[in-house]
Design a protein around this ligand. Structure first.
Ligand code: ZN
Length: 219
């Protein structure tokens, strides 16, 4: 078990902007990287995706939490195990719309971005087997966000205007409040406190995206 430190945009943008290289073979070292990504993501209460460059490794490997949102009746669903995607490549993308976005490298900062809600991806799984998978809805958003990280693209690059960004901060009464981000405060003003999903569900009205997402997840 190795929980790694997550690279923060404010401290080290260059690491997050560097393009990652394809994995040649799924070696023991790559499997260790997958495990470290899973351990680190599992350690983040509100995380639903993590890419290798976010722990300072420039290999094309991501892990994602898929389908753990709500069932058809709106009840919280037990999320399935984390999925690793190695050398993920988008072969088809569609159904673009605006949805909720956030990132573990940007504590306290959230936004609305336009991303595909239908994404067909090829790559290798963690056993080194080739896969082709179709991701739909918010799963497609999460996978798209993570693949972006491998090319040094960050969620703030997809935000159409600064009005689509907001911070979650604590007010004088200890309540979590949503505050606008201005050009002058972004991105240095965002909170550094590590928010847990429980905090969000108690203190804030959720940013309801296209899929009616609850809480503030980050990738
Ligand atoms: Zn991210």
């Amino acid at each position: 078990m190795a929980v790694r430190e997550i690279v923060q945009y404010r401290e080290n943008e260059a690491v997050l902007r560097k393009k990652s290289q394809p994995v040649k073979h799924v070696t023991r070292q790559v499997k260790k990287l997958v495990q470290d990504l899973k351990d680190t993501l599992n350690d983040c209460a509100d995380g639903i995706g993590l890419a290798a460059p976010q722990i300072g490794v420039h290999s094309r490997v991501v892990v994602v939490q898929l389908g753990g949102e709500q069932d058809d009746e709106g009840n919280a669903r037990e999320p399935p195990p984390l999925t690793a995607l190695i050398n993920p490549q988008i072969v088809e993308a569609g159904d673009e719309k605006k949805d909720f976005d956030g990132c573990l490298s940007f504590p306290g900062l959230y936004g609305e971005t336009v991303r595909p809600h239908r994404l067909r991806v090829t790559g290798l799984d963690e056993a080194g087997e080739h896969f082709e998978r179709l991701f739909e809805g918010f799963d497609a958003v999460v996978v798209h966000h993570e693949i972006d990280h491998l090319d040094g693209v960050l969620f703030i690059d997809h935000v159409e205007s600064v009005e689509d960004l907001y911070q979650v901060c604590e007010d004088e009464n200890g309540q979590l409040v949503r505050e606008p981000v201005t050009d002058s405060t972004f991105p240095t003003a965002c909170c550094t406190k590590k928010w847990s999903r429980a905090h969000f569900n108690v203190g804030c009205s959720p940013a309801a995206g296209e899929g009616g997402k609850e809480g503030f997840h980050r990738h």
